[in-house]
Design a protein around this ligand. Structure first.
Ligand code: NAG
Ligand code: NAG
Length: 440
């Protein structure tokens, strides 16, 4: 990303792009998506390879949910084969060295050196490594993913939203054009709390949800944020409870947080135990990693229903992964405007604008097929009746929420991204490929 160029947007977006170009990496949101601009910071420039980067979005390793009701035909589990995994002899030739004490690293280079030292020289060898080795790898990353945010959040810079236009033509398939007598409360449900980028994404998300109330003098509703986490990653590796350790960062929201410790769910714990016992041959075939993800989501939804019987049935449930950040504007519309009778109580599919690497890549208009359709809005009543929600529903059979948010697949520092992929269900794309130095 060394070569730079000006934003390649049409004149009509010039103003917007200028804005984008001064908004900080972490907290910038794009207006075209009706996402609320909440923070200002360093100048930004679009990377030259924007088109390629965005098309890379389609090859991302996001896994399909296991609990989905109506899977998209193309939403198959990605093949977890990797060139390097096809040559396992190379990985198994030398025994892996497990350090007796995990060294406290300062830089990412130190992590990579340590990985080489341990004999982990390819993404495949890390994926197939035994549990005790993977635990060490996860631990190595801790100093890098538990860092403070690069810039503090400036609440005073939040720009309040205008009152919503319930007659907006882009919404006429969903809304009947009138306002509800009172705004709905929001119940935000996410899963998959990992390390660095997830905490940043959570912070972004909570303020974005809060901004959806900013046009109201006296909102009169109390939102609920359901945050779940586990002492294990999705591949069964031991990890810290990142949210618990950094809860002070979220102090404004804590009174409204429903914190769920996933390890309290017996079905989930059994699945993690199974993952930790898994031999590398099983891992190679894909193992059970996707079921941990599915069981986790079910556990969260069930616990929410159980613990919060007083949340009204008409509350708006937002259900998406942490890297799918809903837009304040879209939440505002669904809070305040009346849905058509035919729209029922959802599920309404979130259409996210893909910004795989950072918030700087959002200038281009995209076709519908380039959008990311995952995550849903529904009501609490709907969730209670169905007892579960899927992340993906059939986009031809269900209503779609336009400009519902953004999808930030690989956002964060390099260490953050490594860490996310390390835990991710389909972590075949774990990069880089550390190699021993030539003179070693
Ligand atoms: C969220 O926004 C509303 C209205 O803008 C405000 O009254 C409330 O204090 C905010 N909540 C938090 C947790 O900051
Ligand atoms: C987990 O379970 C324990 C004991 O059953 C309970 O006391 C605790 O509140 C639960 N914690 C969370 C965060 O769910």
């Amino acid at each position: 990303m060394s070569r730079r160029r000006a934003c390649a947007c049409g004149y009509r977006w010039l103003l917007l792009c200028l804005l984008i170009c001064i908004v900080s990496t972490l907290l910038l949101m794009n207006d075209q998506l009706d996402v609320h601009v909440t923070n200002l910071g360093t100048p930004l420039v679009l990377p030259e390879e924007e088109a390629d980067e965005v098309s890379a979005e389609r090859a991302e390793p996001d896994s399909p949910p296991v609990v989905e009701e109506e899977p998209e035909p193309e939403a198959k589990a990605p093949s977890i084969q990797d060139e390097e995994e096809l040559a396992p002899e190379q990985a198994t030739e030398k025994p892996l060295l497990i350090p007796r004490e995990v060294p406290a690293v300062k830089t990412l280079l130190d992590v990579y050196k340590e990985l080489c030292h341990m004999g982990l020289t390819s993404p495949g060898s890390i994926r197939l490594a035994p549990t005790e080795v993977r635990d060490v790898v996860v631990k190595l990353y801790q100093p890098l993913v538990e860092r403070q945010p690069p810039a503090p959040f400036h609440r005073e810079r939040m720009v309040p939203l205008k009152p919503p236009d319930c007659k907006d033509p882009a919404w006429k398939h969903l809304l009947d054009g009138t306002r509800r007598s009172a705004p709905r409360a929001v119940v935000d449900v996410t899963t998959g709390m990992g390390g660095g980028p997830e905490l940043d994404l959570l912070e972004l998300r909570l303020w974005e949800i809060n901004a959806s109330l900013s046009h109201l003098k006296n909102p009169g509703v109390k939102d609920l944020y359901v945050i779940s986490e586990s002492a294990y990653g999705l591949r069964g590796d031991v990890k810290p409870l990142h949210f618990t350790r950094q809860r002070q960062r979220f102090k404004d929201f804590l009174p409204q947080v429903e914190h769920i410790l996933l390890d309290n769910c017996s079905k989930y714990s059994r699945e993690i135990e199974k993952l930790r016992q898994e031999k590398s041959t099983k891992r190679k075939k894909g193992g059970t990693m996707f079921s941990a993800e599915g069981i986790q989501r079910l556990c969260v939804l069930k616990t929410l229903i159980q613990r919060r019987p007083t949340v009204p049935d008409d509350a708006l449930v937002i259900f998406s992964d942490l890297d799918e950040v809903p837009s304040a504007k879209a939440i505002q519309m669904l809070r305040v405007c009346q849905p058509r009778a035919a729209a029922k109580e959802g599920p309404w599919i979130q259409m996210h604008y893909p910004m795989p690497y950072n918030l700087r890549v959002g200038c281009k208009r995209k076709t519908k097929s380039q959008m990311h359709f995952q995550g849903v809005f529904a009501t609490m009543g709907f969730l209670r009746r169905k007892k579960s929600l899927a992340l993906r529903y059939n986009i031809r059979k269900n209503l779609i929420v336009p400009n519902a948010g953004i999808h930030l697949t690989y956002v964060g520092s390099r260490a953050d991204v490594d860490y996310k992929l390390l835990h991710h269900g389909a972590a075949r794309s774990w990069r880089p490929k550390p190699r021993p130095p030539a003179n070693a």
